[in-house]
Design a protein around this ligand. Structure first.
Ligand code: 9MR
Ligand code: ZN
Length: 538
């Protein structure tokens, strides 16, 4: 196939483009029943060589087609694309499934058939966990979401995933009316907050007596490919790190604001947890890192700098309380050499910008806000230029195809959304560029895959995910985002199947053993929830 499009679809008024490797005239065909007829023709625009894919590509612009319906593209060589839909609501089911996917990660409870359907399973990981450094100390830390295709639970990734959801909800609440069919549905609280609370209740257990957050809760080694309820290995609480504690302070402060309108007592617990973590940070002004003990192979999530995490914590606590000491810390950290625009687990600085710049009460100083605003627009403009340069419209350069590259794409989409919100009427370019990131994820890419399970005619089907491999069900749950292409695959199957010199965008295999190319994680789904919630807001 050499015509690539968003396999889910396009909203009527948006820019619509497909990418083709053949020039000449292209047609858009509308499918009605058994037949298809041409509704639009145009000349494909020669974009030359696209370095990330190694393809000579052409753009087929069919923005003029606005009528709701099912379509496909045919290029000058007679090749056709997958089908897609044009409709105002094309991303609704997608947003629902992306969010519901997190429910399937719930740990420490059974997934009942009436919510999980055929993906039901019995209760997992209910034993108390021992401190890694003193196995005689046991703690009750049941709950939370499995991080990814493994059964570990890690504080920083959890905080980041929850923050994506909490910001999605607080900025675009009108996009979250739909029921997710989870145990709490119908309790008067939007389901995204019900689902997120499952993670937050677990996070509340991950704080030690001094306020520090344990870096992670995992077994010593990753489980074999077994169902979660069959994994009986002991779980350990690994030492507190400053990165986890700062992320923890930040997300707890943010969550205390979001949940206050629904449950003041819960909001108080979250806020106290945030204060406890902040006082730990004050007592430990130096970086306290985490590295896996030699015998341990579960996720490390190490980070050699905790300033962006401290920046985020200061921003959230400032926005929550208006207190001067947080402003002082924010001012101090804003002068450090930080990016201020990222939303991943290694660099959370963009959340400080989100907190400050979307705060309706403007609690941060004008200087701080201006500093962050400048950084957001500088990065949004850079990304817009990169996307314009890319034959696929994606804001990625060849070197950006790292492990979990789809997270980079989605986080960049988030930053573009933030710029669109701040730019107001002048934000159309940022919005359309943000949308192009979603189109890339959903099929406008050089491997022709929709990187979301169950969404698109050619969606990936073999995520590296233990339950998916063991449950005997042919298809994975819908709504999972793949990690995506990685220019230097790190798993044996990926290394074997991808010849050296393959262009970065093509370094992908839909294979369950490809943990460096095709795993799923909570924090690869959560920015996609943010992006789709933005698009579904009206
Ligand atoms: O997402 C993480 C990626 O950025 C790192 O390069 C990689 C290697 O350290 O680890 C990834 O995180 C994995 C984690 O360690 C354990 N759970 C699954 C994560 C996704 O592959
Ligand atoms: Zn579990």
């Amino acid at each position: 196939m050499a015509v690539y499009c968003d396999q889910v679809g396009y909203r009527p008024a948006d820019r619509k483009t497909a990418v083709t490797t053949a020039g000449g005239r292209f047609s858009i065909l509308r499918v009605q029943g058994e037949t298809a007829h041409t509704v639009f023709e145009g000349a494909a625009i020669d974009r030359g060589m696209d370095s990330a894919s190694g393809d000579h590509v052409y753009t087929a612009d069919f923005s003029e087609v606005t009528q709701e319906g099912v379509y496909y593209v045919q290029n000058g060589a007679g090749e056709t694309s997958h089908r897609f839909r044009i409709g105002q609501d094309v991303y609704r089911a997608l947003q629902r499934d992306l969010t519901k996917a997190l429910y399937y990660q719930r740990c420490g409870c059974a997934l009942e058939e009436r919510y999980a359907g055929e993906y039901k399973h019995s209760c997992c990981h209910t034993e108390d966990a021992a401190l890694w450094e003193d196995h005689s100390v046991l703690r009750k830390v049941q709950g939370g979401w499995h991080d990814a295709g493994d059964y570990g639970r890690y504080v920083s990734p959890a905080a980041v995933a929850a923050a994506h959801l909490l910001y999605a909800f607080s900025l675009f609440p009108e996009s979250f009316g739909e029921s997710l069919n989870i145990p709490e549905s119908g309790n008067g609280v939007p389901d995204v907050l019900n689902e997120c609370r499952y993670e937050l209740e677990w996070l509340l257990k991950m704080q030690d007596d001094e306020g520090g957050a344990y870096h992670k809760l995992t077994a010593e080694r990753h489980a074999d490919f077994i169902m979660p309820e069959d994994d009986k290995d002991p779980f350990y609480l690994f030492p507190v790190s400053s990165m986890a504690t700062a992320d923890y302070a930040a997300v707890m402060a943010l969550a205390s604001r979001v949940y206050r309108a629904y449950d003041a007592a819960f909001a108080d617990r979250l806020f106290d947890a945030a204060l406890g973590a902040w006082s730990w940070l004050e007592k430990h002004p130096q970086y306290v890192g985490f590295h896996n003990p030699a015998s341990c192979n579960t996720g490390e999530y190490d980070d050699d700098c905790d300033l962006d995490e401290r920046l985020w914590a200061a921003a959230e606590l400032l926005v929550t309380t208006g207190e001067e000491k947080y402003q002082d810390k924010l001012t101090e950290l804003l002068s450090a050499d930080l990016t201020k625009t990222d939303f991943g687990w290694t660099d959370v600085s963009g959340f400080a910008a989100l907190a400050v710049l979307t705060d309706k009460a403007h609690r941060a100083s004008e200087d701080s806000a201006e500093d962050l605003r400048k950084a957001v627009f500088a990065e949004a403009d850079r990304l817009t230029a990169v996307a314009r340069e890319s034959g696929y419209g994606v804001a990625m350069e060849a070197e950006d195809y790292v492990w979990g590259s789809n997270m980079v794409v989605l986080n960049r989409g988030m930053l573009l959304v933030l710029a669109a919100l701040l730019a107001g009427d002048g934000g159309a370019v940022y919005e359309q560029t943000a949308l192009a990131q979603l189109h890339y994820l959903l099929g406008t890419n050089a491997v022709d895959y929709s990187y979301v399970t169950g969404h698109g005619e050619h969606a990936f089907q073999h995520p590296h995910n233990r339950p998916t491999e063991c449950d005997g069900i042919a298809l994975p749950m819908p709504g999972w985002v793949s990690g995506g292409p990685f220019k230097t695959p790190a798993d044996a199957v990926g290394i074997e199947r991808i010849p050296a010199g393959t262009p970065p965008m093509k370094c992908y295999v839909d294979h369950a053993m490809c943990y460096s190319l095709n795993e799923i994680t909570i924090y690869w789904n959560s920015p996609a929830v943010f992006l789709t919630a933005y698009l579904n807001r009206k």
